[in-house]
Design a protein around this ligand. Structure first.
Ligand SMILES: [Zn+2]
Length: 639
């Protein structure tokens, strides 16, 4: 009974999606005009890898037509967002400010100054960044890039930088890179946040961003705030001009920029930018045509909903009276002072509502799931399209406020020390029998009680992972939940669950650890990254000590000498040489990165003259024996 292809929506799913329409402000169609406003050139070409394979092709979204009602397999609110997000190209936002939108998950903004361009955010990949700059060159200006601004520490904002500027121009000081936080802190979060837990995040991102799904009405329709998360070449150049205080100003090519430092919001380092000459403002992703994640489903540190509201209000206080346009690094701009202040104020109140109500319920003893089930935005907020859950959802953002403020335990003793999912599943199957559980799953499916169906069938799948009928039944339930989800990440998770239950674990090759990002890692974080590869059990009685000399860390002489040791199951590292070295490795950072993560590569590096070993080489063998080589393509929806 197993199906490789997705099944149609059930009549109950179709009815649920039709019913959802009744509660949506479908009469408000302004976004369609705004998303099209100022178009200079549409996207016509695919973004390609060097070998010609496509990273993103605008024709992939041709199945989403304008003015067509949502198919029964897509929530109507999500379909509308997909219709808006499939539009892309080069746009004039106001005279002198341009955006290339939707050739990537992130957008690139250019401000034309007297004798140069200021680029704000660079898209995710070198390829999309370069394509965006080609469009700017062709239609707007061929003035040189005079500065790059990263609004925050996420890869879809810095990853395309080497498609935008020549690293030599940054190194020479000709082109500053302006970014929030100290350089060290930006590096730490930009690289550390996405790499040290990167394998888990990349695998979970494949679910949340639907990157394993086919494009289509029964598959991927949009990721909500941009186009598909492809597999571009992510580059990195460290910032050179840090912004650490609100009110700091820079003048670049005659363009004045003023900054509001907004850390611990959508990203750990974040800032808003005001361009007084143009009356133009960006709150980065703290204000967007979507409710954002307080907790991303790919996994990342939990964010502070209160801070979103705090810094949005401070932005209104500072520039609200003068702002004529808001542009973001995702979705489309908002024009006109009344609309801009309503947009920012409404987003502020949405985050604050979620924060305040979650804690109100917490303080009454409600657990996270109970509060998430109960809390709804008031109509004054929910009837604004931009507050709807195209990235975060009220449901999982409420739970995230609990995580941020109260931590991992929901306070119910039963969840403090429960059995693992497999053990729990075995016990349920032993108690009632797989057949009885499947019967209940079939009954729940029949009655369109899909949430319950997944919960019941989960026990059979985890107790009997070879039970293809149970897996197919669970897939059918997840599939309908996906079709009914307004949030694209929920849709992605549910439909990917169905796909993998039917066809097994897959990989889109998505990774967060690009060569550039690993090589740009601050040295101490590099040791943090190596440390999470140490198998604590194997290393329980280890005694390894290795000295490191980095021959290319001239910028920071502090970072030239290090030593690390593994004892008691733990890798620690310190600056400076060890008191009694056993083995010293010397070479450029790239070689040391390779050896730390893959000690077997040492021989080839020595042969190539890229690494020197002095002392007892058996220390390296001992280290190699302690590393875990886990497959990053791990199962999620099966044990
Ligand atoms: Zn982003």
């Amino acid at each position: 009974m197993s199906h490789v292809h997705p099944l149609p929506p059930t009549p109950q799913t179709a009815a649920a999606n039709r019913e959802a329409l009744e509660h949506l402000p479908m009469h408000d169609v302004d976004d369609f005009a705004d998303a099209a406003r100022g178009l200079i050139a549409p996207l016509t070409e695919a973004v390609l890898h060097a070998d010609g394979t496509p990273i993103f092709d605008p024709s992939w979204f041709d199945f989403i037509e304008d003015d067509t009602p949502a198919p029964d397999s897509v929530h109507p609110s999500l379909w509308r967002q997909a219709q808006l997000m499939k539009r892309g190209g080069l746009y004039e936002v106001v005279a002198g400010l341009y955006q290339v939108r939707n050739n990537d998950i992130g957008d690139l903004t250019v401000i034309e100054g007297d004798d140069g361009l200021v680029v704000i955010d660079c898209t995710t990949g070198i390829e999309s960044g370069a394509q965006a700059m080609r469009m700017i060159r062709e239609h707007v200006s061929d003035k040189p890039v005079a500065a790059v601004v990263y609004t925050h520490t996420h890869a879809d904002h810095y990853g395309g930088v080497k498609g935008v500027v020549d690293p030599a121009d940054v190194a020479s000081g000709r082109v500053p890179i302006i970014a929030p936080g100290t350089v060290r802190s930006f590096d730490r979060f930009a690289i550390g946040e996405n790499v040290v837990a990167g394998a888990a995040m990349a695998r979970r991102a494949q679910y949340a961003f639907g990157s394993l799904l086919p494009y289509g009405e029964r598959g991927f329709v949009t990721c909500g705030i941009g186009n598909a998360l492809g597999n571009p070449t992510i580059s990195y150049i460290s910032p050179t001009d840090p912004i650490t205080r609100t009110g700091e100003r820079r003048t670049i090519a005659g363009i004045e920029l003023e900054f509001l430092y907004a850390p611990d919001t959508e990203a750990p380092e974040n800032m808003h930018v005001w361009i007084p000459q143009l009356g133009a403002l960006t709150c980065a992703e703290n204000a967007n045509h979507a409710l954002h994640n307080i907790q991303t489903l790919r996994g990342a540190r939990t964010r502070d909903a209160r801070n979103f509201a705090r810094f949005l209000d401070e932005t209104l206080e500072r520039w609200g009276d003068e702002a004529a346009v808001h542009f973001g690094p995702h979705t489309w701009p908002v024009w006109g002072n009344a609309s801009v202040t309503e947009f920012i104020g409404s987003q502020r109140d949405t985050y604050k509502f979620i924060h305040d109500q979650a804690l109100r319920f917490a303080n009454k003893g409600w657990t996270p799931l109970e509060a998430a089930e109960e809390i709804e935005l008031p109509p004054a907020l929910s009837q604004r399209w931009y507050n709807r859950g195209y990235h975060g959802t009220v449901h999982h953002d409420v739970r995230a406020v609990y995580t941020k403020e109260l931590g991992m335990w929901d306070g119910d003793p039963v969840s403090l020390n429960p059995h693992t999912p497999v053990e729990t599943a075995r016990r349920y199957v032993q108690l009632v029998g797989a057949e009885r559980l499947m019967e209940e799953g079939r009954r729940a499916l029949e009655q369109a009680d899909y949430r319950w169906a997944t919960q019941v069938l989960h026990h059979v799948v985890f107790a009997e992972p070879e039970n293809t009928e149970a897996k197919e039944l669970a897939a059918r339930a997840y599939e309908q939940l996906g079709y009914q989800a307004e949030g694209p990440q929920w849709r992605g998770v549910m439909l990917t669950a169905a796909l993998e239950l039917r066809t097994g674990v897959r990989s889109s090759g998505l990774t967060s650890a690009s060569d550039d990002s690993i090589n740009a890692m601050p040295v101490d974080i590099l040791f943090d990254y190596a440390a999470v590869h140490v198998d604590g059990r194997k290393a329980a009685d280890a005694d390894v000590l290795i000295d490191i000399a980095l021959t290319d860390q001239h910028d920071d002489p502090h970072d030239e000498r290090w030593h690390f040791w593994v004892r008691r199951g733990v890798l620690n590292a310190r600056r400076g040489p060890s008191p009694s070295p056993r083995l010293s490795l010397s070479g450029p950072k790239a070689s040391l990165v390779a050896v730390l993560l893959d000690p077997a590569s040492a021989g080839a590096l020595v042969d190539a003259g890229a690494l020197m070993l002095t002392g007892d080489p058996s220390e390296l063998d001992a280290y190699a024996a302690l590393l875990d080589s886990a497959d990053p393509v791990f199962p999620i929806v099966t044990p």
